[in-house]
Structure formats: structure tokens, C-alpha cells
Design a protein around this ligand. Sequence first.
Ligand code: FES
Ligand SMILES: [Mn+2]
Length: 334
Amino acid sequence: MPDRTVIVGDIHGCLEELRALLGDLRFESGRDRLVSVGDLVGKGPDGAGVVRFMREGGHEAVLGNHDEKLLRWRAGETKKPLSDTHAAHAAAMTDADWAWLEALPLYLEIPELDVLVVHAGVVPGVPIRKQRREDLLLMRSLRPDGTASPRLGDGRLWGSRYQGPPRVVFGHDAITGLQRWPHAIGLDTGCCYGGHLSALVLPENRVAQRRAFATHAAAAQGPLRLCPKAELSSTEPRPIVWGRLENGRPREVLVLATPAGEPRAYVNVCMHLPVPLDGGSRQFMNLAKTHLMCGTHGALYRLEDGYCTEGPCEGSTLEALPIWIDDDGWVVLD
Ligand code: FES
Ligand SMILES: [Mn+2]
């Protein structure tokens, strides 16, 4: 049995912070055991370096949703293009790194400490072998009916309802941050966003933290699951506040369907002057409902591609955000 087991929260490519944290702890390979809650890659500077560090050190991890995203992309299971950081991490990985990532389990039991490690969470009362894969990878809260939701605000944080045993150690929720529940502890403290890298040190049962050396990723949220595709309309764009504009102000996104039924998401800022298309009126389209329209000087934008066909900014294009349909038919904004 190792002297200490160190379970570290979402690393997201923050290799330098990981090294520093282990240095603070005087971590010794061979004597101590290092386990990651997953999400080794994406967002931060060096996901491939983190994978290599874990692999070469003989350390352990469970699979996170961002790790899975790379694997699915590599296997050709998703049409959605990778973000720039994910693509850079994927490009820097060796065959040995891929093989190691592919072999990661969805959960890790450490019976001698009465601990279960998962990436996102578990549904209380359901044995670990019966948990759904997507819940283990994505859940954050429990709806009133007890089912898992990947979102915050759909109900209670799942850890608040979990009775144990075993004690569950998890990550995935940088928005909530450090979570200490009687039988669960959440360790994602947003290192890649300029927060902290956190680790639970057992059996001491203390949390060690290292402040991020930099803000590596924009403080955007993870993917936002919006609604079933069928609920999108080509005549009534749905305004959603999501993320921030470059000037730090909240960003509004108009989500709609093209006449052919394809989902699109455009930032609600005119290409002529930086004002919202509707100018506060909540009328985003022309009267004929064929185009998005800027109410200030009447610029018309095509639904298909955001291209301005008429008006002072003719020839420019609305800023589009990546959007795709999840396996369950939901529209996801990334
Ligand atoms: S500000 Fe939108 S068309 Fe002029
Ligand atoms: Mn995650």
C-alpha cells in the first residue's frame, strides 16, 4: 500500500502547475500514488505533456469528457471539429500516449481507502457498475426526479444528495469549484481558467492547492446543452447569454434553425457598428422572417451562414459559434 494517495482535480494541460503541486507535497513516485479525476487535456497549454507525464510516471487516471472527446475524434466517431487547444494536444500525442488514454477506465475503486474516483459524478443509489457512461462523464446536478443532469441549475448538486459509502472523489465542475460534502469531494477548481489545481491527499484527508501560473483558457463555460433540435425555429431566434465579448461584457448568442432545419448560432452584434441587431427590441428578423435584420440601419443577414446580403456591412458575416447535435438529439453550443 502506498504511503499516500494523491487524487488531483482537472488538470487540463496545466503540466507546470501539476509539477509544482507535487513538488509542494514532496511526492515520491514508487512510495506515493497519484490518481487524476480526468480531463487531462484541452483548454490549457500542454495536454499531451500531461498525458505523457502520467503515463511515464506510471500514474493513474479515470477518463474525463475532454479526454473522451479526443478519443472520439480520433476514432472518427464525431463530425464536430476539435477546438484549437484540443487539436494542438491531439497533434502532440504519440501512439503510446493514445494507447494510454484509450485504456483509461470510467471509474477507479480504491477499497483500502473506501474511495471511488469518477470524473463528473454518480447517481445516488445506483451501483457503480449500473451507472450510465454519460452521467459518469458529464453530470453536475440531480433533477427533482432524481435523474442526472449535465447542467447546473437543473436541480441540486449531486454530491449534496449522495450518502455513500464509498466516498466519491470527482472533478468536472469548475463553476461550482471545491465541493466538500459528507461523502463526496469535488476537486475541479479551474486551474486552466486561472484558478487553482487542487488535490486530495489521503489518508491525511487534506486538500492541497497550487495557484495557476496564468489564465490559460478564456473563462468560458464548457459545452452548453441547449434544447432538443426540434425546438429550434427559423422565425424566432432564441437569445441566450453565453460567455463574454472581448470587452468583457456578456455575450448574447442567437440560436436558430435554417429553413432546412440546420442549427446555427450567431453572436448578436451587427457587423456594421458593434450594437445588438435588435437594439433591445427583441425583434431579430425582418418582417418577412427570411433574414436576421439589424434594426439600426436595416442590414440583412442570411440564416444559413450569417452573410450580410444588404446594408452598410454588405459582404461581411456575423460571428458564428460552433454548434452541433449530440447523440440524444440535443443542440450543444461549444
Ligand atoms: S449598425 Fe447594424 S446596420 Fe448599421
Ligand atoms: Mn470535465
